[in-house]
Design a protein around this ligand. Sequence first.
Ligand SMILES: Cc1ncc(COP(=O)(O)O)c(C=O)c1O
Length: 410
Amino acid sequence: MPVARGSGCWLYDFDGKHYLDAISSWWVNLFGHCNPRINAALAAQLEDLEHVILAGFTHEPVVMLSERLSRLTGGVLGHCFYGSDGASAVEIALKMSFHYWRNTGSPGKTRFVSLAGSYHGETLGALSVTDVALFKDTYAPLLRQSVQVPSPDWRLAKSGESAEAYALRCAAALENHLAGHHAETAALIVEPLVQGAAGMAMYSPVYLKRARELCDRYGVHLIADEIAVGFGRTGTMFACEQANIRPDFICLSKGITGGYLPLSVVLATDTVYQAFYDDNVARGFLHSHSYTGNALACRAALATLDIFGQDDVLAGNQIKAARMTEALAPVAAHPSVRNFRHIGMIWAFEVETADLQFARNFYQAALQRGLLLRPIGNSVYIMPPYVIGEEEIALLADETITLLNQFTRR
Ligand SMILES: Cc1ncc(COP(=O)(O)O)c(C=O)c1O
């Protein structure tokens, strides 16, 4: 689909057709395409500095961004290490966790644990902790073994079992694993509250609470991969806030620049930082990417954070989310819809269908109706930019129900 331009929630092709970007261009866009405020910030930054080596040198946007991100975690995760895409942040967090244990006298802690169905990116380290066969199987001989513990995804609960009870049952499985393997385990990595690539699997925050306690008890790091869910997607700035926990590392990317430029960052605690701060180079964290902390990307991130503050976005999103949930009520009640679920600015459901090519066919049919929707298997999800308006919400809901009817006619 060749795209000529974008504006707000809309993408325009070269033939004058337009498409509502209901998945925020792979979950990155927060405040619309070609947002005038982010555009202006970038134009101003272009006059000063586009990029500079971030080894031995630094610049205003990266310092300001680091300080603001630190403040967003109450200063608890006050150290920032920058990368480019989400996967590079995951690589950084995994390497840093392993190296921390090595520097502090536990070189045997080399293993990683993730949730069944998890997705953390597709470079080799990130793919090692990802659990999606489609992306992983071909490259299996290249990957390090990791361990998957049961996912608290409430769709897997027994009939009559609450999401919370199921999450606690999964936490007990995590406990079993850590009790036996903590000596060789560096970190548990999780996608907090929503496992995106698993089809927007959602789970109770009680799992994160228990995971934090268990990681503390067994001396294992907790890495929160908030690449997809950070920056308000689940209703709070970071998903971990809903469990009232602080991970040892937070990975951020996607929405950090409002969906403009590749930037990622790993926030870490002072305890982690101190384990590397040394005159001995071998104890240092020798990891670099040429475009680390790019000035334009950092400026886009600062403009994005400005919008959060100036527009009280999280409060505004609550009103929009209520409106969207109301508009989607006919979808939730549709006889072919299962597991309708919602958190923050994410809605998802499974469609009961015999169509083995459902995802592809639904995507094509949605495009014909002017919607960018991209199901994962038979899970349809809606994850719009936060600037979606009343009329667009109504249109999106109406078109979704029309599509559903088209696909489930018996
Ligand atoms: C939770 C999570 N982690 C990591 C990644 C990888 O990010 P990127 O595609 O920028 O490498 C993604 C991408 O979808 C993701 O959803």
